[in-house]
Design a protein around this ligand. Structure first.
Ligand code: 4AD
Ligand code: MG
Length: 437
């Protein structure tokens, strides 16, 4: 359960000036002599306390209304808040019928409950906190890359490639065209991107450090708590590298840097999650590294019963990933050197290993499982020959060893906040059988 009432005025909201406040009523307490309001404008969890003579109580005024308050900002006699606004005039800009409004004053609503009202959940404390954290984390991702010499590439949303080769594509055509006919818009089948990696790889032929951060699309027919049909991915590609450690170092630094920024700038918002959503939740950016083969050994030796097989060559499922994270002490775990056949065509063949593995790495984190997937890329033309056309050409003209990774941004937010369902960390979730708004 989450607190829905204003937590108490402690500051002045950003739309408020000395004597003027615009916002939404978060708490409403008419008393004999005075009327007390908390007005919030989304800039923080803090609301401005407004005091008005009881006579100013407009019948339209109440919880959820949009208001304009004019008055005099005064030092507050209460220690909890530095200032309060003594109202001279209150104007209801937008009424709010409390009977129909799905959020009730003083009631605590679950994330699941507020998710039913996608168009209104930004008006709750929890979701407004989430949106501020999401915005801060977005800015921190860009700062990290800018400060570390990465060039931002706007990779396309519409593409003719299936980067992951997993067949989870959404095909795109204007209405009225059939996907198969020759009059199709692009003359070739095109899809919403599942990853910007191949476009980053193109750019990494001229810029040693590139990244992209945008929406990606996967037709996953899954109702899981960690899959969406549209999610945001942070992807980086690094040239002149021949080691997985170069990739894991960037993943770890990115995680640490974004998390530090969020904790520093959104302390109160993060506290709300750690207090009400995932009590006792802590994030450790310190990672541990094991190979896939060691991971399989750990799973095999454990007394846990798993639904899915744990033989060498089998993919690690969510249950396995969560177990491995717990086993390593609830810290982020890098799993490297997966079986070659489990990874997409671009992953580099570890030819010198006794078992057929690829130089690929997944980062597993507490509560979520897989947060990042990455690999060194196969730059050797002869080994790629059996694969794709233009991809091969990238290897013919000044090719260098390189590698990269993708981080699921929503899973990152789930991880740092302890949110169980991915639908609660994105403003407008898209998943099978659901595309509201
Ligand atoms: O492991 P994935 O599929 O890797 C790639 O797409 C690479 N091409 C990235 C690269 O190397 N540039 O996806 C990367 C991450 C996953 O680890 C996961 O966190 C997230 O993206 N992800 C999803 N998040 C939400 N919903 C989905 N359906 C997701 N699929 C992947
Ligand atoms: Mg993956």
């Amino acid at each position: 359960p989450l607190p829905e009432e204003g937590p108490g005025a402690q500051g002045c909201a950003c739309l408020s000036t000395e004597d003027h406040s615009l916002g939404w009523v978060r708490s409403f307490r008419p008393q004999k002599q005075n009327l007390f309001l908390h007005v919030n404008d989304g800039s923080s969890l803090k609301s401005l306390q407004v005091i008005a003579p009881a006579g100013m109580n407009d019948p339209l005024l109440g919880f959820g209304c949009a208001v304009e308050v004019k008055g005099i900002l005064k030092k507050s006699p209460h220690s909890k808040q530095p200032v309060e606004l003594e109202a001279e005039q209150i104007r209801v800009i937008g009424e709010c019928n409390p009977v129909d409004f799905p959020f009730k004053i003083k009631e605590r609503h679950s994330l699941e409950y507020i998710r039913q009202f996608l168009h209104l959940r930004c008006r709750t404390n929890a979701f407004s906190s989430l949106l501020r954290i999401r915005s801060e984390a977005t800015a921190a991702v860009h700062s990290y890359f800018k400060n570390n010499g990465f060039l931002l590439i706007h990779t396309p949303t519409i593409t003719s490639n299936d980067c992951e080769g997993a067949g989870e594509l959404f095909q795109v055509e204007p209405p009225g065209t059939t996907f198969a006919n020759e009059g199709s818009f692009f003359s070739v089948p095109v899809y919403l991107t599942v990853s910007g990696q191949l476009h980053l790889e193109v750019m990494s032929g001229a810029f040693p450090r590139v990244y992209t951060f945008g929406p990606t699309f996967r037709a996953e027919n899954s109702q899981s708590r960690r899959h969406l049909a549209e999610f945001f991915m942070v992807e980086a590609e690094i040239s002149f590298t021949e080691s997985i450690e170069d990739l894991t170092k960037v993943m770890e630094e990115l995680f640490r840097s974004v998390t530090e920024s969020v904790l520093a700038h959104c302390e109160e918002d993060v506290d709300l999650f750690h207090k009400y959503v995932a009590p006792g939740h802590r994030v450790s950016p310190e990672g541990h590294s094991i190979t896939y083969t060691e991971a399989i050994d750990i799973l095999k030796r454990s007394s846990e019963t798993f639904t899915f097989p744990t033989d060498w060559g089998c993919d690690l499922m969510t249950e396995h990933e969560k177990f491995l994270v717990k086993h390593c002490g609830n810290i982020p775990v890098f799993v490297t050197d997966y079986p070659y056949d489990l990874k997409p065509f671009y992953a580099r063949d570890n030819q010198d290993h006794p078992k057929h593995t690829a130089a690929a790495v997944d980062l597993l984190v507490p509560g979520v499982g897989e947060l990042c997937g990455g690999s060194l890329r196969e730059e050797r033309l002869d080994l790629l020959r059996s694969r794709l056309g233009e991809y091969l050409d990238l290897r013919r003209f000044g090719s260098v060893p390189h590698g990269g990774f993708g981080l699921g941004f929503e899973r990152y937010l789930q991880c740092i906040l302890g949110v169980d369902n991915i639908k609660d960390v994105i403003p407008f979730p898209r998943f099978s059988h659901s595309c509201l708004l």
